[in-house]
Design a binder for this molecule. Structure first.
Ligand code: 5SP
Length: 209
């Protein structure tokens, strides 16, 4: 069974509570935190995560696309993050982050950008719950899926049979099967959910894969 994690980056921020309610049939809420340094865009801070937490029982899947995530991991955990994912490519104190997330009883992920090899994850596998494969350059929603991500997912699945593998960027009805067949089990979908005419139906049909 896959877990569907709609990305609120594609939602209407002026009606976030209603948008979150519409994705009640999903499993996670994917929250892209961007700092304008690690990626060229700025999005949500911990206060918004706290507000989202008040309005949903879905798992909060917080993707930190920021430099030095050790400075912010505690505040995002306090705000209600259930999964914290940091980027392999950023400057970070991984030991600090690992201890903070584990002692809060939450899940830890590491993400790799499209140009980063899957092999870099190998040494982290014993310490993480999830590997996140970016299938677009991080920063903006609505980009085209990069098919080379499929091989990367397959490589990670060969390295670890049990780890959660999340894939993020350009996923919709036309390509979800290819990433699931490759071994991904957590699917991020932004535009294909929130820009659909019927958001509830879009969640329902992506969940069927
Ligand atoms: O992190 C990102 C983009 O940086 C993603 O989470 C996107 O928000 C996914 O959106 P779509 O590509 O599905 O529109």
């Amino acid at each position: 069974m896959i877990k569907l994690s709609p990305s609120v980056l594609a939602a209407d921020f002026a009606c976030l509570k209603d948008e979150i309610e519409k994705i009640g049939g999903a499993d996670y809420v994917h929250i892209d935190v961007m700092d304008g340094h690690f990626v060229p865009n700025i999005t949500f801070g911990p206060d918004i995560v706290k507000c989202i937490k008040k309005h949903t029982n879905l798992v909060l899947d917080v993707h930190l696309m920021i430099e030095n995530p050790e400075k912010y991991v505690d505040v995002f955990l306090k705000s209600g993050a259930d999964i914290i994912t940091v980027h392999y490519e950023c400057n970070m104190d991984f030991e600090y982050i690992k201890n903070a997330v584990k002692s809060a009883g939450k899940k830890l992920g590491i993400s790799i950008k499209p140009k980063t090899d899957a092999e870099v994850l190998e040494k982290f596998l014993p310490d993480i719950d999830m590997a996140l494969v970016m299938s677009v350059e991080p920063g903006f929603g609505g980009q085209k899926f990069m098919p080379e991500s499929i091989d990367k997912i397959k490589k990670i699945r060969l390295m670890d049979k049990n780890i959660d593998i999340e894939v993020d960027g350009g996923i919709g009805e036309d390509n979800i099967k290819s990433v699931v067949d490759a071994g991904a089990n957590v699917i991020v979908a932004g535009s294909s959910v929130f820009k659909a005419d019927d958001v509830r139906k879009a969640v329902e049909s992506l969940k069927k894969f």
